[in-house]
Structures are given as C-alpha cells and as structure tokens.
Design a protein around this ligand. Structure first.
Ligand code: ZN
Ligand code: ZN
Length: 169
C-alpha cells in the first residue's frame, strides 16, 4: 500500500482528511520503514511515544496498528510536535520532530507536501527523547482510604501521610 492509500484509508478511520492526519501517516509510514516492521502485520507493533496529542494520533494508530488500547501508543506531553518510535524486538528507536510547514499553501497542496516532500523537509530526525514507558497496568492496586475506590499505585497522591487516589489527594 502506498502512502496515499494509507492516508485515504486513515481518513475513514479518523472521520475527516486533514494536514494533522497526514503528519501522523507520514511519520508512522517512515518509522515503519526505518525500523523494519511489516506494516501489514498488526501484531508486529512498533511502539510510539507522541509528544502531544492531535489529529496525527489516528494516522499513527492506523498505519502502525500501535493504539492507545493495545498500549503501543502513549503520550508524553512536552507540547512539541514530535514522535518517538521504538522497535521493541531490535531495540532500535528514532524520533521525528516536525519542521515548519508551508501553511500558506491551499489545504490539498499542504497535505500533498506533507505526504511527498523529502523526509528532511518535513521532519528532523533525532535520538529519542526518553525510553518507551513500561506498562503502568502492571503496578499494584491500592484502595483509597477516603473514597474506597481502587486505583493504580503509580497514581498515588500523598497528603498528611495518607496514600490517596488522584481524586482525593
Ligand atoms: Zn483531523
Ligand atoms: Zn479517593
């Protein structure tokens, strides 16, 4: 499948076609090739740590099959338009930082630019910003002494020597 076809199908998933979606499709498409995954194999997950959340999340989810649900896509909000990708089998990783785009272009031309301009014109490639976070789901659960609800211990807030849930702490 070429990148235009990924973009077309990703729009069905996302609900509309937009430059943000194209950014996610392009980043995931390039990362999939650079890190050597077979993108048709949805069980061969490349992991992604996105540095902010926008329309591009759906492009990444569609192209790589790395989703919020299967835990291979996470957000570490640095407020930057940047994406860290990891191949957990080989240990390889890379980060794409989004460069300034020619936003004055009409929307369809801007989208075409994002999908087809040379990679160096769209992203700066750098070492990853941080390792992919371990699965928080494996942290043990605690019971909050105030509201009685169970919560993951990595979310504990401490107040007056009590280990409280994020709502009560
Ligand atoms: Zn969108
Ligand atoms: Zn509580």
């Amino acid at each position: 499948m070429d990148i235009h076809e990924y973009y077309r199908q990703a729009g069905n998933f996302h609900g509309h076609w937009c430059p943000g979606l194209a950014i996610g499709v392009r980043a995931a498409f390039e990362a999939g090739q650079a890190l050597g995954t077979q993108m048709a194999d949805r069980h061969n997950h490349i992991q992604c740590l996105a540095e902010s959340s926008a329309c591009w999340m759906d492009g990444i989810q569609f192209v790589l099959g790395a989703t919020l649900g299967n835990g291979a896509l996470k957000i570490d909000d640095t407020g930057k338009s940047a994406f860290n990708f990891y191949n957990p089998e080989t240990g390889e990783s890379l980060r794409y930082y989004l460069l300034e785009l020619p936003r004055e272009l009409p929307k369809s031309e801007l989208i075409d630019y994002i999908l087809t301009a040379s990679l160096e014109e769209v992203f700066r490639r750098t070492p990853v910003h941080r390792p992919f976070p371990p699965r928080a789901e494996k942290s043990p659960e605690l019971v909050c002494p105030l509201c009685g609800e169970r919560f993951r211990s990595d979310k504990t807030r401490y107040r007056d020597g009590q280990a409280l849930c994020p709502h009560c702490g």
